[in-house]
Design a protein around this ligand. Structure first.
Ligand SMILES: NC(=O)CC[C@H](N)C(=O)O
Length: 432
């Protein structure tokens, strides 16, 4: 009886929708600068794009990955063979004072293109409003299907992230000359995705957190405002030191590309670390900026880590994190901090990757008296496991504790940043 009801629901027209716009089926080819090529059929926008070819081992959440600003400039290869089967949801929510206005990680598709083994023609999900093909078409992003993504992944794993061209007919007939390839890592991609103007979310929150936006994922902002914080989002190169006394904590976000393009931000954070003793938390690009500010070096990994199944070992305890435990994490990065012995004074490694031993986190030592953490992985998930989501609770609670311990005799520097905020509450966060 029960199973009959379930299957009726699953196959009712409300839950299973046919493709509104059928895929173009033009010939397409993925060319790699190293000379290999893979033939398939085009879906989404019938146009050619250049970028860095990277692979992700995520099994779900193609919609969240594709709207993550950290994928800017990248041709994203999914190792999971069937992509698109649960369609794409409407990417808008009513903005209330505690949410950020989007369902996915930003308003637009951020990656340059997608490569899949088998794009789903039909989709089925209660929140889906369109197919992967029609979403890509609307956003002018090309995809290629029918590719042996295992072969592409094996190549990228062995030779490293490789420049590529997703070429759609008739562009796919000849292989590009080496000079044609575009290397996004040479550009400051952060400047392309960071907010241009400051904005505030949940202004009535009881603790004030400043967020330096290197290309923020919406779920980071959501994770802060849902814990009661008032969040002021600032452009990546805004010097927080000019307004810092008015805040209880500083957050450094994820973002695309080489962190050395943001050395200006790292130098500002260096001064903050030296002169301001309140909690600081950095994720991914934010963790790399924090590490550079603390005196560590960043390097480019061979193929990076992208997926939702990366195990990390905690080397120290802090808040909800227990030393000796392995946490499964969501990741998307090409760069990492160098493991250095000894670590800069006042700092210690926090997490290490169980697969490749890369640095997955740093923290201020207990002796330093500071509350500063950086993690290479994404505790906010979206997509991926929520093993480390309570790090946001730890951070916001530390901001509260710091606020409670400081006598309110500081002259607010509100004038400085109000001039910088033309509209205190922008309609939609994650505008990247
Ligand atoms: N997700 C991120 O913040 C990515 C960080 C950095 N751009 C890298 O690729 O390493």
């Amino acid at each position: 009886m029960l199973s009959l009801r379930v299957s009726k629901t699953l196959f009712s027209p409300r839950f299973s929708r046919a493709l509104a716009t059928s895929i173009t089926n033009k010939d397409a080819t993925l060319y790699l600068k190293t000379g290999e090529f893979f033939k398939g059929q085009s879906f989404g926008a019938p146009r050619s794009v250049l970028g860095e070819t990277v692979f992700s081992t995520s099994i779900t959440s193609y919609t969240e990955s594709m709207t993550d600003p950290s994928y800017r400039g990248q041709i994203l290869v999914f190792t999971t063979p069937l992509i698109g089967n649960y369609g794409v949801p409407k990417n808008e929510t009513l903005i209330d004072s505690r949410d950020v206005g989007v369902v996915l990680e930003s308003k637009r598709i951020q990656c340059a293109g997608v490569v899949v083994a088998d794009v789903a023609n039909d989709y089925s999900h209660h929140s889906a409003v369109e197919s992967l093909h029609s979403w890509c078409l609307r956003h002018n992003i090309p995809g290629i299907t029918g590719v042996d993504t295992r072969a592409v992944t094996t190549l990228l794993r062995d030779q490293g992230t490789t420049l590529g061209k997703l070429a759609v007919h008739p562009d796919d007939l000849t292989s590009p000359v080496p000079e044609e390839y575009w290397d996004p890592s040479k550009e400051n991609l952060v400047d392309q995705v960071s907010t241009r103007e400051a904005y505030v979310l949940n202004a009535q929150g009881d603790v004030k957190i400043a967020v330096l936006d290197f290309g923020v994922k919406a779920n980071i902002l959501r994770s802060l405002v849902r814990r009661g914080a008032s969040v002021t989002v600032l452009p990546w190169n805004f010097d927080f030191n000019t307004i810092r006394d008015d805040f209880d904590g500083l957050f450094l976000t994820n973002g695309p590309g080489d962190p050395m393009h943001c050395i200006e931000a790292a130098m500002n954070v260096r001064r903050t670390l030296q002169e301001w003793h309140k909690p600081i938390f950095g994720i991914c690009m934010g963790h790399q900026i924090l590490g550079i500010a603390a005196g560590l070096d960043a390097y480019r990994m061979t193929f990076g880590n992208r997926g939702h199944n990366q195990p990390v070992l905690a080397l120290a305890s802090s808040g909800s994190i227990k030393a000796g435990r392995v946490y499964v994490t969501s990741q998307n990065h090409q760069y990492a901090l160098q493991l250095q012995n000894p670590f800069p004074e006042g700092w210690e490694p926090f997490f290490i990757n169980c697969n490749d031993s890369s640095v997955e986190g740093i923290k201020s030592t207990v002796d330093s008296g500071r509350k500063v953490w950086g993690v290479q992985f994404h505790p906010e998930s979206a997509g991926g496991p929520l093993d480390t989501i309570e790090m946001f609770t730890d951070f916001v609670n530390e901001c509260r504790a710091t606020k409670a311990s400081i006598k309110p005799d500081i002259t607010p520097q509100i004038a400085n940043y109000q001039a910088f905020i033309p509209n205190t509450r922008r309609a939609v966060a994650a505008t990247a």
